[in-house]
Structures are given as structure tokens and as C-alpha cells.
Design a protein. Structure first.
Lengths: 113, 110
């Protein structure tokens, strides 16, 4: 595996479900990010981790819970989501936090029913 | 006023045309300006970056930054059907405030 991988690629969940998104980077980077991409809207930065420590949380609702056990892995735990949370969730990594060059995974297409 | 504005398109051009994609921004502190390309069902990939004002050329692609006007552009020469994608501008003041535009969807017709 190379680059940034994300699983699952597609996820349909009910509002009462609990699920997790997984991201893994094989680039030796130190920073990892979660973004939300909705139709016709800019990418929304959700969380930033630098050397496993969360350095940014952009007022994301608590129904989204990130976890970064090491610099290569990032999770996004989901529970009691709302239909408006349906979007493409992208993971990215970079050599250092704030670097202009971020490498993105293919994303998880999430549908909340 | 939105921090970064970008015409969402879609923009359709014939193969071989010169394409001009643009973004305007409001934060004068931005120093790094990036263009990402996103193909359907893929994540964005960095195409070009520019530091501060000026031009940068890479093959068929030219990025321009005019900080006095808070305006950046990406030009694609001799456009190809494989250039069909969504183009996202992004900017930052390094280490802080990394912001993307909403993207312009480009279709290059054979």
C-alpha cells in the first residue's frame, strides 16, 4: 500500500448507529487531518493531529470523535449522526502540521439515513 | 464576505483551449497559494504551489498570484480531456489557517 488509504470507501448508517472511519498513511508524515467535503462547499477542516497530539478542533460536534494512536493511523468515530452529516470525509497527511503539501486519501462517502 | 471565493462552474471547453481558473481571497496574511486537482471519486492532489506573489510554470500549467488584488489564477494550456476534474485553490500563512476554495468543475471536451 502506498500513500494514504481510507476504509471503508462507502458507508450508510442510521442515526442511532456507531461506526468508525479509518485512515492510514504510508508516507512517514507527522501530521494527519480529517476534512469534510459537501457538495458545492469548500473543504471543511475538522481535526488536526501533529505527532499524535490533537492541535486543532474546528468546533466539530461531539458526535464526531477522532483518535490518533500513532502518526500513521487516524480514526473518526461516529455516533448519533444527523442526515446533514452525509458527505465525503477525507483524510490527509503532511510532513508537518500546516505544510502546504497535503496528501489526501480517496475519502469515505458517508450517507446518514 | 467568504474567506476564499471561486466560481464553481461547471466550465466546459474544447480540447486544446487555454483554461483560466481563478480565486479571490480576503485575508492579506496568506503567503502560500496552492492549486489542487480532484478527479471524480478521488481525493485532491497537489498540482502547484506558489509562495507570495509572482508566476510559476510547470509544463502546461501556470500559477499566478497577485497579492495586491488578492487574486490567484491557474492557466492550463493545450487542455486535454484528462484535465477534466475539479480544481481547488487553497491558501495558508503556513502553520495556521489553511483554507480551501469550493472548487471549479472543469470539463475538457474531445
Amino acid at each position: 500500500e502506498t500513500g494514504v488509504t481510507q476504509t471503508p470507501r462507502h458507508l450508510v448508517m442510521g442515526m442511532t448507529n456507531k461506526k468508525s472511519l479509518k485512515c492510514e498513511q504510508h508516507l512517514g508524515h507527522n501530521a494527519m487531518y480529517w476534512y469534510k467535503q459537501s457538495a458545492k462547499k469548500p473543504l471543511e477542516l475538522m481535526f488536526v493531529y501533529n505527532f499524535k497530539e490533537q492541535t486543532e478542533n474546528n468546533s466539530v460536534p461531539s458526535r464526531f470523535s477522532p483518535e490518533c494512536p500513532n502518526s500513521s493511523h487516524l480514526f473518526l468515530h461516529l455516533h448519533t449522526l444527523q442526515p446533514e452529516d452525509s458527505a465525503l470525509y477525507l483524510c490527509a497527511s503532511s510532513q508537518a502540521s500546516g505544510s502546504y503539501e497535503q496528501y489526501f486519501g480517496p475519502g469515505t462517502r458517508l450517507t446518514v439515513t | 464576505q467568504k474567506e476564499v471565493e471561486q466560481d464553481p462552474g461547471p466550465l466546459s471547453v474544447p480540447e486544446g483551449a487555454i483554461v483560466s481558473l481563478n480565486c479571490t481571497y480576503s485575508n492579506s496574511a496568506f503567503q502560500y497559494f496552492m492549486w489542487y486537482r480532484q478527479y471524480s471519486r478521488k481525493g485532491p492532489e497537489l498540482l502547484m504551489y506558489t509562495y507570495s506573489s509572482g508566476n510559476k510554470e510547470d509544463g502546461r500549467f501556470t500559477a499566478q498570484v497577485d497579492k495586491s488584488s488578492k487574486y490567484i489564477s491557474l492557466f492550463i494550456r493545450d487542455s486535454q480531456p484528462s484535465d477534466s476534474a475539479t480544481y481547488l485553490c487553497a491558501m495558508s500563512n503556513y502553520g495556521q489557517n489553511f483554507v480551501f476554495g469550493p472548487g471549479t468543475r472543469l470539463s475538457v471536451l474531445p
